[in-house]
Ligand binder design. Sequence first.
Ligand code: XCC
Ligand code: SF4
Length: 655
Amino acid sequence: MSDGTKKPKPQLVGERMETCELDRAKMSLMNPKVIHEKVEERTIDELAKKTIEHCLKEGIETVWDRSEMQEPQCKWCSTGLSCSRCTMGPCRIIPERNRVRGVCGADADLIVARNLLDMLTTGAAAHSDHGREIAETLLLVGKGESSGYTIKDTEKLFAIAEEYNIPTDRAAIEVAHDLALAFLDEFGTIKGELELCRRAPDATYAIWEEAGILPRGIDREIVEAMHRVHMGVGAHYANMLLHGLRTALGDGWGGSMIGTEVSDILFGTPTPVESMMNLGVIKEDQVNITLHGHNPMLSEMIVEAAESEVMQALAKKNGATGINLIGLCCTGNELLMRRGIPMAGNHFNQELVIATGALDAMIVDYQCIFPSLPRTASCFHTKIISTSQKAKIPGSYYVEFSPENATEAAETIVMTAVENFKNRIPERIFIPGKPVAVTAGFSVEAITKALGGTLQPLVDAIASGKIRGAVGIVGCNNPKIKHDYGHVTLAKELIKHDILCVETGCAAVASGKAGLLTPDACFLAGDGLKGICKAVGIPPVLHMGSCVDCSRILVLLAALANTLGVGIHQLPVAGAAPEWYSQKAVSIGAYFVASGVYTVLGPMPNISGSPAVIDLLTNGLEGVVNAKFAVEPDPLKAAELIITHIEEKRKALGI
Ligand code: XCC
Ligand code: SF4
């Protein structure tokens, strides 16, 4: 326990939210048949179905209700043909009314490209800012000024230090200090290129150089992208979007990769771990705390605090049998990967977990957190606790968190949750069922180890055709696709065709809830993949981590390509984001493609107003980076596209 001097107090941001009684009454009067139909069209997650039904009956609003209320969505915005970038506008392109240019003169192609670049850059910034915060924590550790953090993976620290030519014949803490500075330098470096991009195979690196998209600094490309979207700067759609690839590469091989590597150094590199998933992980007799958001800096400290004897005793004093920590979204993925903490689910489970009535606190940092969560929580006793200066949420209780006060803030937060246990309304508790087992923790290091120390067995299996190829399935949930249906259907179809799936983010959680993340799921795979999975003892779908851990997929691809002596674009692999919604997903998709990976998106980006932009992304990019995008909302058809692509790549490799 800390001495309490730095202990912050929770501050209510704004006012406590009250739900609108009228809305609640309206929803709860819904005809049972309509409720049944809505439940079936919204999700395939069995426990989510029961909870959505419960929400509709109780009048608790969820993302699907709000999505319905937004219908019909603006057709100019959804085609990318509106611009509100400056105050000469807003402008819309409506050719049939002779409106073919904005006030500034921008045409449809430029407006669409500018909007897309803006979206991508927001995503790259989100990932990279997260990466920077973790690197700054490593620096504080190096200086001996952090509260409670240590170095958990010295081996990885030393290995990466060597990549950066940092001397390693000294204390880990000194190496950490210098490596943190080297990582932080990547954000604003004046060297003209990112050190981590050197991890790419030579052929891939050469493509970036040739195309002029080698990132020169993480922040630099983001800032330049924002410059280019300013009125009167970028004027050619293709020129704009090429810079988007460069910005995205700075995220994937820069900001996100730093986020992943430093998290491993500070909190441990994941190894295979068993746990549980879905809304059934909530325990009626324990203090339930969900950890939601993205950055493991806070959540790791919460775990320490919750495990302390003082907090366990306090929980008992408050009538609970213990403290049950539960992950959501990517914070959940980070904790699952490293500590085997169970997960309540993915993005669209965030409101449903509150509706169980047994959640005592939800702790959030940033990204993918519905701003309306305090409103949802006001239907129950649940407290939403926000922790980042960047994301103070009205109606939440704010406990400022920084690496300097991490231990104290974590104690305050856990205590707030524990003391809230007694405010539960027992009659309103609704726990919809039992959780399913998952195995996670497949870092590249763990995969390599499982294969006996090198990736050669995987390469051999691919070469012999037992495994046809590998696909990274990543990304979110989106009300435009039935919750989890896109992810799960695609993964099942691919493994059936002997294609190994590696997953991150909400895609991995969808597979977990559907039972695909266990070695037993091998029976769903084709004979070749089944045989390998059984021999090695791994699931056919490998959970590789959070959204920033898509960088692990890049490292895996680079290692596979290097083993074969080819560029990433020659590998029989693909990417897919069957239910993506976020700006971060645009950046991930773009760095996959820029790295040479054919990538299939589920929901259509807001670009259909420009045939030229569509043609560039789904065709023209092939000539620049040897890969392109496709859009296919139907996961079975997406699987066909991917299988065809993989077979073509195999043929080209002569395997
Ligand atoms: Fe968010 Fe990372 Fe998307 Fe899930 S998958 S909805 S970005 S939590 Ni990355
Ligand atoms: Fe209109 Fe051009 Fe301003 Fe956009 S930048 S709002 S198209 S004038």
